[in-house]
Design a binder for this molecule. Structure first.
Ligand code: ADP
Ligand code: MG
Length: 495
């Protein structure tokens, strides 16, 4: 690969591919993350609501229990019956206990708290202080190894705490409910100090990284913590890979296209260079030889004329006419060579192009007569100034009309029009001849391309060279069978 090609490869394939693939991956994973968070929010909300409701329910039923036991505090057996009834009805309770206002156990649904002194538990203190329901800050493990959360409710009489109702909520029961709701999510509850209280489906330590979302509960100073790990359904990587393959293929197609266009331009450039070289060669050749040929040719012509006066029977006449015709032909080629050989920087002046045409008109009319062609000129009414060399411009128009006449052997119409358009002057010469075959169109301005037996193939080359030296362009529009229009465009001048 050439150095330039390598750069193009980098700019057309490698850089765009990297940018596109990276961008695509970013967008895709960003979207997957958003989706994941949305889903997690939904899950968290559900659990939060369910936990809030659960605690709420429990608190309400404990409140009711507190009210209904308040009058029975003197009859502990009755209290125990009521507590037991409650505990057996609802599986969430690990046990319900009645403490006195100092936190000493009075009675309970089981003996698990026998050796336990609850007085110093923060939630008991909180109940005594606030006279409101309080929940334990962390899970407790009872002597039977059952983890529970304690909820304490004051039993009030005359605004005084008479006793404290403590219920133990079984964590395994709560966990089971949560597992039933969302078996595949890893969820934990933390207290206000971010110490985990309990969790389900926990695979990693909570503190390990920041891939957790926290949602505070409404009923408790707890937070729900949910892990946000990428799930299997987010096939960001395979989709990105597929995208990468497609992008790389497309970019390679682009690269090949660019390479093809570059090659095409290169060959076109080379061809144009060749063409220019050829012209230059002809120019040099013409400049060096045309005069050398013309001088002896003039001599030959004169001598042939003299000979012709001497030998003038009919066969001789025939020979001499052929010789004269051939000499004229050589002369023509040599004059065209001379034009080609002349430096293109000729003396230009600002002239009214209509003047040139008016000057040429008699010549064109007489030739039109000869070819039985109907000639028509359309010129603008205002002056039309262009920067040209008067004689060279004449040469151009004559070359073009000559081609037109030669194309219309059986007569026809020749139209010469000049129009002004914007900053340009368009001179067009239209004939009703046979037109030009499509495959010849691109060869017209090549030196020596001719379809005529005695053509030189230099007329259009000369025209193009002259017109371009005036900063103009020449164009041939032709449809085979419908005639030809040669259009010369020159920049208009102000005067
Ligand atoms: P030459 O006239 O000596 O053949 P030119 O350069 O003037 O050389 O023209 C080249 C060729 O272009 C002609 O041989 C002819 O085939 C074609 N051509 C030019 N003008 C016309 C036209 N008006 N109608 C048809 N063919 C044309
Ligand atoms: Mg010609």
């Amino acid at each position: 690969m050439k150095k330039r090609e390598r750069y193009i490869y980098i700019f057309i394939v490698i850089l765009p591919a990297i940018i596109a693939i990276f961008g695509f991956y970013q967008i895709l994973s960003e979207r997957a993350k958003e989706e994941r968070v949305k889903k997690l929010e939904w899950v968290a909300n559900m659990h939060r609501n369910q936990m809030d409701q659960f605690i709420n329910e429990t608190v309400v039923s404990l409140d009711i229990l507190a009210v209904s036991t308040e009058s029975e505090l003197n009859n502990l057996t009755k209290v125990r019956t009521i507590l037991q009834k409650m505990a057996s009805k609802d599986p969430r309770y690990g046990g319900i206990y009645m403490l006195d206002f100092e936190g000493n156990l009075l009675v309970g649904t089981n003996d698990l708290l026998k050796q336990y002194n609850l007085r110093d538990k923060p939630y008991i203190k909180e109940v005594l202080l606030t006279k409101n329901t309080a929940v334990s800050e962390e899970a407790e493990t009872l002597v039977n190894n059952q983890p529970v959360i304690a909820i304490a409710t004051p039993v009030m009489k005359n605004q005084q705490v008479k006793a404290i109702l403590v219920s133990h909520i079984r964590l395994d029961y709560m966990k089971n409910i949560m597992r039933l709701l969302t078996p595949e999510h890893s969820i934990a509850f933390e207290n206000a100090k971010q110490i985990p209280i309990f969790s389900i489906n926990q695979t990693k330590e909570l503190s390990e990284d920041g891939n957790y979302l926290r949602y505070p509960l409404a009923q408790l100073p707890w937070s729900l913590v949910i892990a946000s790990e990428p799930s299997e359904e987010e096939n960001v990587v395979p989709i990105t890979l597929l995208f990468a393959v497609i992008v790389i293929i497309l970019l390679h197609i682009c690269f090949l296209l660019v390479k093809y266009l570059m090659l095409k331009r290169q060959t076109k450039l080379e061809r144009m260079q060749q063409e220019a070289q050829k012209l230059e060669l002809i120019g040099t050749l013409a400049a060096s030889t045309a005069h050398e040929i013309r001088n002896p040719l003039t001599g030959i012509k004169g001598l042939v004329q003299l000979l012709n006066e001497k030998y003038n029977d009919s066969t001789d006449e025939l020979y001499f006419s052929v010789i004269n015709k051939e000499i004229a032909r050589i002369n023509q080629i040599v004059s065209e060579f001379l034009i080609l050989g002349k430096p293109t920087a000729q003396k230009v002046q600002t002239v009214d192009i209509r003047e040139i045409i008016v000057d040429l008109n008699p010549l064109i009319y007489s030739e039109a007569n000869q070819y039985s062609v109907h000639y028509q000129v359309v010129l603008p009414e205002q002056e039309t100034w262009v920067n040209v060399n008067f004689d060279q411009m004449k040469q151009v128009i004559l070359n073009l009309t000559k081609n037109a006449f030669e194309a219309m052997n059986e007569g026809g119409d020749l139209r010469l029009t000049v129009i002004k358009e914007g900053n340009s002057c368009h001179l067009s010469i239209t004939d009703t001849g046979p037109g030009i075959e499509k495959e010849h169109l691109h060869q017209l301005f090549k030196p020596f391309f001719t379809s005529k037996d005695n053509g030189t193939g230099l007329g259009l080359v000369v025209c193009k060279r002259i017109v371009e030296s005036f900063g103009g362009t020449i164009e041939i529009i032709s449809e085979f069978g419908f005639g030809t229009t040669v259009s010369v465009t020159l920049p208009l001048q102000n005067r």
